[in-house]
Design a protein around this ligand. Structure first.
Ligand code: KMH
Ligand code: ZN
Length: 275
């Protein structure tokens, strides 16, 4: 069995700093978090930025600064979110690639997202896919629902393989409007993956976090953890630092004889361009 690629998603776009004070929203908090999570076993970081008021932002200057600072402080694979927040315009989401990350998220379909709508029309996905190929950025395909798997196949059929020749997908389970965070739903998705997919990871939002993590490790997948998806460590115990979630995932993975994947191996595993 292969080692476990651990991705940390430390911030996201949904939680309010006022409600979750330990959420890393400033650049220095992000860098401190990234450094601790790398030491705990993470190989990739999925990044959403916030502005001075802790609101989600896709400001190109801030994105460039964050990519440079993360590269300076860690050897983590830097994945920028192109999902942003549900309020970000599609053009701003495409411009994320101007910051030249190693990887970018690419969500494979529109879905209800709580009371909002997370817009991912096929034309946008297609433009982002081709732009990532041109810029030599490796996409991670976010699958929030089983129908997104069909859209992924359409993208591959139309445009060929992504840059790097690998196809890595991430099941984001438990969004109200998407697939539930249950072992059954996750395993149904894994069984439907097309042959081009070379690796998959999963995360469970909220309560389904641990069942999804355990199922993922047992079924040969890779793990995404972090406060973007889960701010409660255990009943009555809020997460105080993202590294707590990485430490737990690394411990479980090691017990499962699938220890955390080193960053250098993860770069090759995902087809990330040499730095
Ligand atoms: N914040 C969500 C609307 C991604 O990062 O690409 C989208 C999201 C997915 O988190
Ligand atoms: Zn995200």
């Amino acid at each position: 069995m292969t080692a476990t690629l651990i991705t940390v998603a430390p911030t996201g776009a949904e939680h309010e700093k006022s409600a979750v004070p330990h959420l890393p929203t400033a650049l220095d908090e992000l860098i401190e978090t990234a450094t601790a999570c790398a030491a705990a076993g993470a190989a990739m970081i999925h990044v959403h930025l916030r502005d001075e008021e802790h609101r989600p932002t896709l400001d190109p200057g801030r994105l460039g600064e964050a990519v440079a600072a993360l590269r300076e402080a860690t050897d983590l694979i830097v994945q920028l979110s192109t999902g942003g927040s549900v309020h970000d315009p599609l053009e701003s989401r495409l411009r994320v690639l101007d910051a030249a990350p190693d990887s970018c998220s690419l969500t494979c379909g529109t879905l209800n997202f709580g009371d909002d709508i997370f817009m991912n029309p096929f034309g946008f996905m297609s433009d982002l896919y081709v732009l990532a190929q041109e810029r030599q950025v490796v996409p991670e395909f976010e699958l929030f629902d089983l129908g997104h798997i069909g859209a992924l196949s359409r993208l591959i059929d139309r445009h060929g393989l992504p840059f790097g020749g690998k196809v890595h997908v991430d099941f984001v389970t438990g969004v109200p409007g998407g697939m539930p965070a249950t072992p059954a739903a996750l395993l149904a998705g894994v069984a439907m993956l097309p042959p081009e997919v070379t690796s998959w990871s999963a995360t469970g939002i909220g309560r389904g976090h641990l069942p999804v993590l355990a199922t993922t490790l047992a079924a040969g997948g890779h793990a995404r953890v972090g406060m973007e998806d889960n701010t409660i460590y255990a009943k009555g115990q809020p997460v105080e630092h993202n590294s707590e979630l990485v430490v737990r995932a690394a411990r479980l993975a090691t017990e499962m004889q699938r220890p955390p994947m080193a960053t250098t191996s993860a770069r090759e595993f995902l087809g990330i361009r040499a730095g």
